[in-house]
Design a protein around this ligand. Structure first.
Ligand code: 5GP
Ligand code: ZN
Length: 114
């Protein structure tokens, strides 16, 4: 998508600190971290939301996103653990309409979220 900031980042047109990349998935450091470690794991191909990816039926990509997010969470959180978040749609608090999994680690997280 031409006007999507995460498409531009995923395709290298806009710089970001890349934590991981393979042929289908990229992980970047969040520009406005909400925890000592805050990484965004996203598909390189544009999907607006996780519901759009579910509709597309690409189970391998869905699995890959969670696998990579879990790997990053383990690396960053160690024995203390981590949190995965997928904000979806306006009530879900999504502000960038390109599917991404937040990986938050490095401090205790509160519950419930705001
Ligand atoms: P959302 O609110 O959609 O769940 O999360 C969007 C996240 O993307 C926010 O945590 C925000 O800080 C991050 N973000 C927005 N624009 C950029 C950017 O240009 N570069 C990076 N690295 N992160 C961004
Ligand atoms: Zn996009």
């Amino acid at each position: 998508m031409d006007d999507c900031i995460f498409c531009k980042i995923a395709n290298g047109g806009v710089p970001a600190k890349v934590a991981y990349r393979d042929e289908r998935v990229v992980a970047i450091e969040d520009v406005n971290p909400r925890a000592p470690s805050h990484v965004l794991v996203m598909p390189i191909r544009h999907y607006g939301t996780i519901a759009d990816l579910a509709d597309a039926g690409d189970a391998a990509l869905m699995t890959r996103l969670i696998e990579i997010a879990t790997r990053v969470g383990r690396e960053r959180g160690g024995k203390h653990g981590f949190r995965l978040v997928v904000n979806t749609g306006p009530y879900g608090g999504q502000t960038v309409d390109h599917l991404h999994v937040h990986v938050l680690a490095g401090r205790p997280m509160s519950w419930p979220p705001g």
